[in-house]
Design a protein around this ligand. Sequence first.
Ligand code: AHG
Ligand code: MN
Ligand code: MN
Length: 333
Amino acid sequence: MALHSLTLEQYFNRSHTAVPGGGPPFTTLLSHVGLVGKLLSRDLRLAGLLDVLGTSGDTNVQDEAVKKLDQIANETCVQVFQRSDVVCALASEEMEKPVIVSKPGRQAPYMVLFDPLDGSSNTDVNMPLGSIFSIVTHQPDDRPPGDRDLLQKGTDQLAAGYLLFGPSTMFVVATGKGVHGFTLDPGLGEYLLSHENMTIPTRGRIYAANEGNYQKWPEGTKRYFDHLKMDDKGTGRPYSGRYSGCLVADVHRILLNGGIYLYPAEAKKPEGKLRLLYEANPLALIVEQAGGLASTGTKRILDVQPERLHQRVPLLIGSRDDVREAEAFFAKS
Ligand code: AHG
Ligand code: MN
Ligand code: MN
């Protein structure tokens, strides 16, 4: 078979990649996430030519200014998943309340929690963007899900994925069977397997963080960042800083090349900035399955029991040795 000729659907329909709790409905769901990626990549490619840049004038439930593209991406996700026969509930960073897609009788098996557009400050400057998806199952399946059914720990996720809108559009998926990356061939309208069994190096040489927040950090956090700049680890050079303002793009770089992404707690904002259910949990599942770690600074992300849908959490994510080292510095705060 020629290189890069296996589609997303073909790949997940093969028996050895079958997901526990998966089967044909799971492949259907991945295909629908893929459709969201195709629709959004079309919108983003033309964004500078259409009236879709800038803010909408609204603020979201997180009290953040909503970009027009945040709304478009959210509506795209809702429309695609609402029409999907395999999804019974949706929760989004952009919506205060979940959408329950209830039908009489047996319920659809999956619930999807998502950040429809990640890195939305990049929309107006033609920089990378992403979308993040967490997939959990609904049980028992004989009643419609309620809001609390969506509050599942990261370890309970069936699968997670992100779309990265860069020079090419990629769909990276973690199931119980490794992490695999697919690249959209826009001419074919298909995602083709391009990165099978992705693994993250145990240590990297780059860090990604918004260091403008340095003065707000606790002492241990500041000392860790000072250490990254001093420590040559035998190579004669410090870590390189690489921060795009898009979590998906920064984590994707780290997944491929190693290193660490941090959005740590601040002295006056101990809960951090990023959202547990829409950002931290799905990316933690992907990075852990690739051999890395994700931590709040003191605890494994996937073990945090969610109490609220829009709960925030500090996030340290990336290569195993880098995350462990950061935790050790943070513990000295
Ligand atoms: P979102 O666009 O979904 O609100 O997420 C933005 C996130 C993340 O993508 C990025 O790493 C971080 O927030 C950027 O925040 P700062 O502007 O504070 O650095
Ligand atoms: Mn985001
Ligand atoms: Mn977002």
